[in-house]
Every structure is written in structure tokens, then in C-alpha cells.
Write a protein that binds this ligand. Structure first.
Ligand code: FUB
Length: 369
């Protein structure tokens, strides 16, 4: 994932670079998409400001706990690793929790909440986390590579929403790949959605075990159903899975599963779940085509019917989000690379989300034209 080509280069420059480099299909697809969706010559301004500017932050997972907003982002650093499709340049080592009393108000960086050196089984790359609250305890869920290089998902606990968090001695059994997103339904049941292809390694787990020699990208089965995000019910203590993870099935409006070649709509990484008017909204990134999309279902574990894009491509290769309701309004937390112009040094932002009465979500353009 996450190749070195800037997502927002003018299409003509990007196409020339790709031709010169003899790049693969996924990169050509990116150029086509950019040509169709972004004309950088017309861009004048970003829609929103970074929430914090003194550290780089990404993958914002926002929650409302006790009437206050807490954001659990990745903490981007520059480790001097060149960009590659495996995402090695995303070499994060710890997490900081951001908090705020209101949207647009002061944002507090609460310092280090968990460091990779304090996770006994972890080696490197603390990617997109999420958090939950239950039983008087805050839970931080995080993906990180184990000592063998496989991404696994761990959990750490604290009595405070901003940590410090103490990691459990082992990763969650049955959890793998990246990007955990935890959703608690109205009946108190909690679910974890997880997974990401390419550098997120989901394609290396098709047999149920990690295959280090598995594909570097996806299943390479364009005409078969795309790899699915996974979902598992969490145990009452929030530290384990209550049963095996299942596929999150995404279908089109004719009931057909989205295919591997459908890069504009298929799941790539960065899932999130929220409920609106009794329906379950599964939202995710399409990765190499840089969209945030939504699909709607009647049950928390799916299936979900694809509806459309709700965030156009941001500046930067990755796009990742969360959605909360706060004081009667809905908000989208997302990231781009406004501060650095570099794919691996991102900054988190927030903007209002338009949940329309017919159930659709209004399309957001992250640039003011
Ligand atoms: O931050 C590292 C990875 O980039 C995340 O896990 C993905 O969702 C993408 O945002």
C-alpha cells in the first residue's frame, strides 16, 4: 500500500511518471481515478484545519465519553524510511490521546498513552487504534507487528480515557491484520471490525494462519469477491473474541458481492461502524482509489449494501476516518497531509457530516474550490 506517488499530483504529471517507471495496474488505476476526481489546478484551500500542529497525527478514532470528545489517532513520525507499497514508512512507536470539550474548541494532547516498548509481544509499527468504554474501564485496541513481522491486534486498559494504558501480555486470539474499530450496540453488545489489505496483510491470512509469503497486495482474483473486512463479537470483559471472526459481506444494490477488480468500491482498510435511525452504517476506505465509502445493513455483522462515496480523496495517499454524534450533530474525523505534504506525516481534522433524512450521507469535498 501507500506508494510514493502523491495522490494529488496533476493527472498528466502522474501519468507521465507512471509511464516512465513502467508501473503496475494498481498505480495506473490510481492515475485514472485522479484524473476523474481531482483537478488540483482548481484547488485553493483545505476545508478544515489540523486539530493539532505540534505532532503529526493520523487515523483519528473519535468517541464521546462523559460528554467530552476523545480522539485516538496514530502518532506519525519520520523514521527516515522511504515510501513503499508495504507501508514501511509508517513506523509509529506510540499513541497520544487528544481531547476536547467542543468541536472547534481547545484540543489537548494528553501525552504518551502507550509505547511500543511496553507491549511485550510487539516489534514495530503501531498503526490505527480504537477505543471503547465498558465496566468502568477504557480499552485501547491497537494493531502492531509481532516479533515475526505479522500484524496482530492487542488491547490495553486504563481507568482514564487518556491513559496511560497497560497492554495485555498477548495479542487478542483470533484477531489479525490492522485497523480495529469497536462498536457497541444499544443492547450493550460490542463488536470489533478489523483488517486491511496490501501492507495491512489481510491477504496473508486467507488460510486462517499467517503466510509470510502470501501476496503483497490482494488475492489477485479480479472476478471473484474482494477480500472482506472481518467482524467478531467481543466477550463481556472486552479482552477476547466471543466466537470466530466472520466476513463483512459487501453487496451492490442487486445483491452481488463486490469483486476484487472493483477498486472504486471494494474494502481496502480503515473500517468504522455507527448506527443511524436504526440502521448500521459500515464505512471504510478504498485505499488505492482513495475514497471513503458507506454501506448500510440491518444487523451489526451484515451484510451491507454499498451506497456510495461520502469523502472525496484527501491530499495524501491514505484516507481513514471515524464518525460520532455530539450534541445533536454528526461529525466526520479524517486526516490529510496539509502540514507536511508527505504521505506518512499526516494531521487529523474534523468536519460536519450530513446524515440526510432519506438515509444517505452527503458527499464531502475536503477542498474548498
Ligand atoms: O496509519 C497506518 C495505516 O495507514 C493505517 O492503519 C491505515 O488505515 C492507513 O491510514
Amino acid at each position: 500500500m501507500y506508494n510514493q506517488f502523491k495522490a494529488k499530483l496533476p493527472a498528466v504529471v502522474l501519468l507521465a511518471a507512471l509511464a516512465a517507471a513502467g508501473c503496475g495496474q494498481s498505480q495506473k488505476k490510481e492515475a485514472t481515478t485522479e484524473q476523474a476526481t481531482v483537478d488540483s489546478t482548481k484547488r485553493s484551500k483545505f476545508l478544515n484545519e489540523p486539530l493539532v500542529k505540534d505532532i503529526y497525527t493520523a487515523d483519528p478514532s473519535a468517541h464521546v465519553f462523559n460528554g467530552k470528545i476523545y480522539v485516538y489517532p496514530s502518532h506519525d513520525i519520520d523514521a527516515g524510511i522511504p515510501d513503499n507499497d508495504n507501508g514501511d514508512q509508517y513506523a509509529m512507536r506510540d499513541y497520544h490521546v487528544l481531547s476536547m470539550d467542543s468541536i472547534g474548541g481547545k484540543v489537548t494532547d494528553n501525552g504518551v498513552a502507550l509505547d511500543v516498548k511496553d507491549v511485550p509481544w510487539a516489534s514495530k509499527q503501531m498503526w490505527a487504534p480504537d477505543a471503547a468504554f465498558k465496566n468502568g474501564t477504557y480499552y485501547l485496541y491497537f494493531p502492531v507487528r509481532d516479533k515475526q513481522g505479522a500484524f496482530r491486534i492487542g488491547v490495553a486498559t486504563s481507568k482514564s480515557p487518556v491513559g496511560p494504558f497497560k497492554a495485555e501480555p498477548k495479542p487478542i486470539e483470533g484477531a489479525f491484520s490492522i485497523d480495529p474499530a469497536v462498536f457497541t450496540d444499544d443492547d450493550g453488545s460490542s463488536y470489533m471490525y478489523f483488517g486491511g489489505i496490501w501492507g495491512g496483510q489481510l491477504q496473508k491470512w486467507v488460510s486462517g494462519k499467517y503466510d509470510a509469503n502470501g501476496s503483497k497486495t490482494d488475492l489477485k482474483q479480479d472476478d471473484k469477491p474482494a477480500l472482506s473486512c472481518k467482524v467478531a463479537k467481543l466477550s463481556k470483559d472486552m479482552l477476547h473474541f466471543d466466537g470466530k471472526a466472520q466476513d463483512v459481506i459487501l453487496v451492490d444494490k442487486d445483491g452481488k458481492q463486490l469483486l476484487g477488480k472493483d477498486h472504486d468500491r471494494r474494502f481496502f482498510e480503515g473500517s468504522f461502524m455507527h448506527k443511524f435511525n436504526g440502521k448500521y452504517y459500515f464505512t471504510y476506505s478504498t485505499g488505492d482509489t482513495h475514497y471513503l465509502c458507506y454501506a448500510i445493513g440491518d444487523k451489526p455483522m451484515g451484510k451491507f449494501v454499498y451506497q456510495g462515496v461520502f469523502l472525496k480523496p484527501v491530499q495524501g495517499w491514505t484516507t481513514h476516518h471515524s464518525i460520532i454524534e455530539f450534541k445533536g450533530k454528526w461529525y466526520l474525523f479524517y486526516h490529510d497531509t496539509e502540514l507536511s505534504g508527505k504521505n506518512h506525516l499526516r494531521n487529523v481534522k474534523v468536519t460536519e457530516l450530513d446524515h440526510k433524512p432519506d438515509g444517505s450521507i452527503g458527499l464531502i469535498d475536503p477542498f474548498v474550490k
